[in-house]
Each structure stands twice: as structure tokens, then as C-alpha cells.
Ligand binder design. Structure first.
Ligand code: TYD
Ligand code: MG
Length: 453
């Protein structure tokens, strides 16, 4: 087999391949992202003989997917019910967010269930892993460790040991001798993932891959990585806050809008079973500009506190910031208030924040943002036992949102006494007891409702 050496240019952000350098990537419109890489391609002398058979859909036998429980309900939920045998899972996140810690805890739980687990680290020494493991707790002997970055060697070890689960920490440090470019480059990452995929599918081994994230928030190296794997999970959170959120972005074996909430402790990650309680801890009492809203994350309602501070602006152009939610959405909602309620917000600075540093983008928190702004601007303190949800439209109408029943249940569970919700949702509800429901048609009625409490 002859080998052909070729120089190609890859876009480092989307993996676009080109034979010449370009200033702007035609694929993702990123500037100055092309990097030269040398690749070797084997050209076989004659065309390969093809023998591929087609199958009828009815002839395929359906097997129950084999799932392994990780003993962490929060992680199981995001994975869609547990680890699927032979799947490839990418765990992305900022450096230092806790990816290695999470996966080491998974290793511990699996090795307790007597599964053979192989943890391959390209970043840390065995000593460093041992120090982390000591903080996390007891491990059994079915966890094996390897410090290696050469994929050919890794492949050999996996073939020899045949573990049930392999962890690769991280994909950016792995390299294959078949590709001459540096570890972390597009072609290396792609090649390495390809090899790992063959291992996963061919031998029925579940492979977890750790991927670092760039400052733009995507997995460093190519997007192609996301297309190749079965499941993509992002581990996010404020490094200064102790909680972490694991979010499913892609999942071939389950729903993607589930989240798992964890708290970083000195002894590793602990699961947070009741995120609402966690998010609401420390909520001020009797302060204006603070309201509790409800957002659905997958099948789970999460209550969160929305804060707003509206004050007179000292400059010609008012300052506005939105932390934890969409900036443009906040501007839009302020414009709605200005137009529909005649509030003069154009000369006011406005700062909107979702307490706790969590990010929520569900439209159902619109009403919460609106009420927080009104509360701060008009100095009306909203009753602490009140919660609200609803989407706000451009004409100031409060629109229906899904799963009103679940949201109200969650509010009741946490001792809330009043719920402001879209009138349309109220009409479809079967009578709820233990909580007062106030249906509103538009923002004006919502503001009247908080004044009347
Ligand atoms: P790590 O898992 O190394 O992050 P990643 O692999 O995503 O880069 O997590 C590192 C951080 O977690 C570090 O700042 C220390 C903190 N940590 C704890 O607070 N408690 C612990 O028990 C452990 C193991 C780490
Ligand atoms: Mg790490």
C-alpha cells in the first residue's frame, strides 16, 4: 500500500478542510482559524471488494438496550437512564469545573458493582489521580489506571484487559502515530475519536471522553467530535459557586433537555436532589426587585429567584446587563413595559440577574423578569410566598406555557402560597388546593396582582 503525504488546512473551530489557506472559513465564517496540518493517506493499489448486505426493517430483532446504573441518579437521568453498553459519551466543560472528579466518581461506583473500569489519563500522573481518589473515598480493585497518550498503546491495552468502561481524560492529549500533526489538532482529535469509536462499537465497551471547551463554550478542536459520539454532556457552572450543572446536548439514547445538579464539596461532587431549595437559599425577605419564577428543565421544574435593580441613569445611554438570561430578551421585555404600561424606563439603568449564577433561557421566566423589573422600579416588594411563570408576548399579553400542573406542584411542595400564571393555563387546570392561583391575561393584570397581594 502506497502512502501519500499531503498538506491540508483545517478550520480549528468547525473542522472544515481546504487545500489552501483561507482568511475566513466558508463553513463557520470564523476568521483566521485555518491551521496547516500534514496528513498521510494510504492509497490502495486496487479498489476494495465491496460486500455489504441490505436488511429489511422488519427483519431486525429489537434488543433491550443494556444499561448500567452509575449509582448517581442525577447522572443516570441525563444519560437517559444509565450508561448504554458500547456507547461513546463526550463530557465537555471548562478546565477545573470537575470533569475528572465526576468521572472518577463514576469509576468508583462502577467498580463497586464489580465492573472492570479502565481510567486512562493523559493529563495527570498516577500520584495526582491517587490524591484525588483519596478525597473521593473508597475504591475497589476492579478500577485500573493508565497514564498514556499514545492511542496505539491504549488500543492494545484495551484489547488485552477488555474492561466494561473506559475513560479517556482528555481527548486533546491523545495522539495517533498515523497522523503527524500535534495532539489537540483537528486531525488528531478526529482520528483519535474514530479509533475510540471502533473500540466502543466493535467490542461493546462504553467509552467516556473528556473534552476541553474553548472560551466560546464549544468543545475545543472540531465540532466533528460532537457528530461522531452518541452522547454529548456539558458540565457547566460558575467556578466560584459550588454547584455544577450537567446538561445533555445530544443523546442518541434519551432526551436531551434533562439536567443533573451537583455540588462540589471537599470530598468530591455530591448530588443535589432538590435544586429548587438550593437555588432559593439566601433569598432576601421583603426586598423589592426580587421574585421567584419557575423554569422547566426537561421533566423537572426548578424554582429560581430573579433579581432586578432599576435605577436612574447618570449617562445618556442607560446601562443594561443580564446575568443568567438572554440580554436581548431583557431589553425586549423592558420595551414591552415601556410601551404597554407607559413606564419610563428609557432613562433607567437596569441590571437583571438570576440568583445563584445558574443560566435559564426558558420563555416561562419572562413574567418573572417583568415583575422583578416593575417591583424594583416602583419599589413594590413582592410577597415572599408568591411565585410566577408565563411567557410575555410583544403586545404585553401573558401566554400559556407547558406543564403548568408540575410547576404548581413544585411550588406547593416548597411552601409557596400564591401563584401568578397565564389565564389560559388556569382554565385548563383541574382545581388545585393549598395554593391560591391568580390567572392573568397581560402584564397590566400581573402588576395589579402583585400590588394587591
Ligand atoms: P477537576 O475534576 O480536576 O476538573 P477538570 O477535570 O474538569 O479540569 O476538578 C478540579 C476542581 O475541583 C479543583 O478546583 C478542585 C475541586 N475539587 C474539590 O473542590 N473537591 C474535590 O474533592 C475534588 C477532587 C476537587
Ligand atoms: Mg481534568
Amino acid at each position: 500500500m502506497a502512502k501519500e503525504k499531503k498538506t491540508v488546512y483545517f478550520c480549528q473551530s468547525c473542522g472544515y478542510e481546504s487545500s489552501k489557506w483561507m482568511g475566513q472559513c466558508p463553513g463557520c465564517r470564523e476568521w483566521n482559524s485555518f491551521v496547516e496540518e500534514k496528513i498521510e493517506r494510504s492509497i490502495s493499489a486496487k479498489a476494495k471488494k465491496i460486500d455489504a448486505n441490505v436488511t429489511k426493517l422488519s427483519a431486525i430483532q429489537l434488543k433491550e438496550e443494556e444499561r448500567i446504573s452509575t449509582d448517581m441518579p442525577e447522572l443516570n437521568r441525563v444519560l437517559g437512564g444509565g450508561i448504554v453498553k458500547g456507547s461513546l459519551v463526550l463530557v465537555g466543560g471548562d478546565p477545573g469545573i470537575g470533569k475528572s472528579t465526576l468521572l472518577l466518581q463514576v469509576c468508583r461506583n462502577l467498580s463497586k458493582q464489580k465492573f472492570q473500569v479502565l481510567y486512562i489519563s493523559g493529563e495527570e500522573s498516577l500520584q495526582q489521580i491517587k490524591i484525588r481518589a483519596k478525597r473521593i473515598g473508597e475504591f475497589t480493585d476492579s478500577l485500573l489506571l493508565l497514564c498514556e497518550t499514545n492511542l496505539e498503546i491504549i488500543q492494545e491495552v484495551i484489547r488485552r484487559e477488555r474492561p466494561a468502561v473506559v475513560i479517556i481524560d482528555s481527548i486533546q492529549t491523545m495522539y495517533s502515530e498515523n497522523v503527524s500533526s500535534a495532539p489537540g489538532s483537528v486531525s488528531q482529535v478526529r482520528e483519535s475519536t474514530g479509533v475510540l469509536m471502533q473500540i466502543a462499537k466493535g467490542m461493546g465497551i462504553t467509552v467516556f471522553i473528556v473534552g476541553h471547551v474553548t472560551k466560546e463554550g464549544v468543545v475545543a478542536g472540531p465540532r466533528v467530535l460532537e457528530h461522531m459520539v452518541d452522547t454529548v454532556l456539558y458540565f457547566e457552572g460558575d467556578r466560584h459557586a459550588s454547584y455544577r450543572i450537567l446538561r445533555g446536548v445530544k443523546n442518541r439514547f434519551g432526551s436531551t433537555n434533562e439536567i443533573g445538579v451537583f455540588e462540589m464539596r471537599s470530598e468530591g461532587l455530591r448530588e443535589v436532589e432538590n435544586p429548587s431549595e438550593f437555588m432559593l437559599s439566601g433569598k432576601p425577605e421583603g426586598a423589592s426587585g426580587s421574585v421567584v419564577a419557575c423554569s422547566m428543565e426537561g421533566t423537572r421544574p426548578i424554582l429560581l429567584e430573579i433579581q432586578a435593580l432599576v435605577c436612574h441613569s447618570n449617562f445618556g445611554i442607560p446601562r443594561r446587563t443580564a446575568a443568567g438570561t438572554d440580554f436581548n430578551r431583557v431589553n425586549l421585555l423592558m420595551a414591552v413595559l415601556e410601551k404597554r404600561l407607559g413606564m419610563s424606563l428609557s432613562a433607567c439603568d437596569a441590571y437583571v440577574n438570576i440568583a445563584g449564577g445558574i443560566r435559564m433561557n426558558e420563555p416561562a421566566i419572562d413574567l418573572g423578569i417583568v415583575l422583578a423589573i416593575v417591583s424594583s422600579h416602583k419599589e413594590i416588594a413582592i410577597d415572599e410566598k408568591t411565585i410566577c411563570f408565563g411567557e410575555v408576548g410583544l403586545s404585553g399579553e401573558v401566554r400559556a406555557v407547558s406543564m403548568a400542573e408540575q410547576r404548581i406542584q413544585e411550588a406547593k411542595k416548597l411552601g409557596f402560597e400564591v401563584c401568578i400564571l397565564p389565564q389560559v393555563c388556569l382554565e385548563t387546570l383541574s382545581s388545585a388546593s393549598g395554593i391560591r392561583l391568580i390567572g392573568v391575561k397581560n402584564v397590566r393584570e400581573a402588576v395589579q396582582a402583585i400590588r394587591g397581594l
